[in-house]
Design a protein around this ligand. Structure first.
Ligand code: FMN
Length: 252
């Protein structure tokens, strides 16, 4: 057999092998896609439940999530938007769409976010008579290296029931201490607003002083300031304040 037909054979076999392998890989990707979507959804439900302390060890996530009522709320009015399906709406994705976001006026943009979505995903825990007990809200702000995304759970008086980030890229041991359970526990029982109805909750520089502060993260002032800024912005009147007033009045 000539050298050129040997080469042709080798190339044909290599080409066929490539095609077979790519078909197998594509098949696996397509087959696993629904499972990945389900896992991502379960993970988000877990973060929501954990932020409110509503998930015990070993508890089935879907089962526990039955106590949560998901709605979409117009942030400007604080009203539920009934014609938007919460399952098909993601406020983080919406924030990237100029038709679905609003600019944050520079004098209110404490976190340097530039825009926020018009509508929020809101999760409500209701009691047996249908009254809201807990409202769980998504918030984000910039740390040193990353945008930090979290959930905060509040009672109807805007007192924190739980707080935690589900995604960030801060340094483990420094800004990454936002995940430290002892630090997260400090938020519980603190009021967002002081008695003049201004956002008072914040991360201290150093040790917490007074009823509205939690300890600063040592060696991580930039991350700590990012957390404070997220509270200052998201609970301002350009953020969730109207929504929380509505919750307090029993209208959500
Ligand atoms: C490798 C490295 C990682 C760092 N990671 C963080 C971080 O995640 N968050 C943060 O606020 N500061 C981080 N810093 C420190 C900041 O650069 C800055 O010095 C610090 O925020 C100042 O805080 P301090 O006044 O509490 O020291 C890091 C520094 C280095 C060298």
């Amino acid at each position: 057999m000539s050298n050129s037909s040997e080469t042709l054979k080798t190339l044909t076999v290599a080409g066929l092998l490539c095609i077979v392998c790519s078909v197998i890989v594509a098949g696996i990707v397509v087959t696993l896609r629904p499972q990945q979507a389900k896992n991502a959804e379960l993970d988000m439900k877990k973060n929501i439940l954990q932020s409110a302390g509503l998930l015990s060890d070993g508890q089935d996530i879907d089962e526990a999530f039955k106590s949560i009522h998901s709605v979409v709320v117009n942030i400007e009015t604080g009203e539920v938007v009934n014609d938007m399906n919460p399952e098909n709406y993601d406020m983080v994705e919406a924030n990237a769409n100029p038709e679905m976001n609003v600019e944050i006026p520079s004098d209110k943009d404490y976190g340097g976010l530039s825009t926020r979505p018009k509508y929020a995903n809101v999760y409500l825990e209701k009691d047996e008579s249908g009254d809201t007990k807990t409202v769980i809200l998504k918030l984000w702000s910039k740390g040193l290296w990353s945008t930090m995304y979290g959930f905060i759970a509040l009672d109807t008086e805007a007192t924190v029931k739980g707080f935690g980030y589900y995604a960030h890229g801060e340094t483990p041991g420094l800004g990454g201490e936002v995940d430290n359970p002892k630090w997260k526990q400090q938020w519980v029982g603190k009021s967002i607003y002081d008695n003049t109805n201004e956002v008072a909750i914040k991360v201290a520089k150093g040790e917490a002083q007074g009823e509205y502060q939690v300890d600063g993260l040592s060696g991580a002032t930039i991350t700590s300031n990012g957390v404070t800024n997220s509270m200052k912005y998201w609970f301002s009147d350009h953020g969730y304040k109207k929504l929380l007033n509505r919750v307090a009045e029993g209208g959500l």
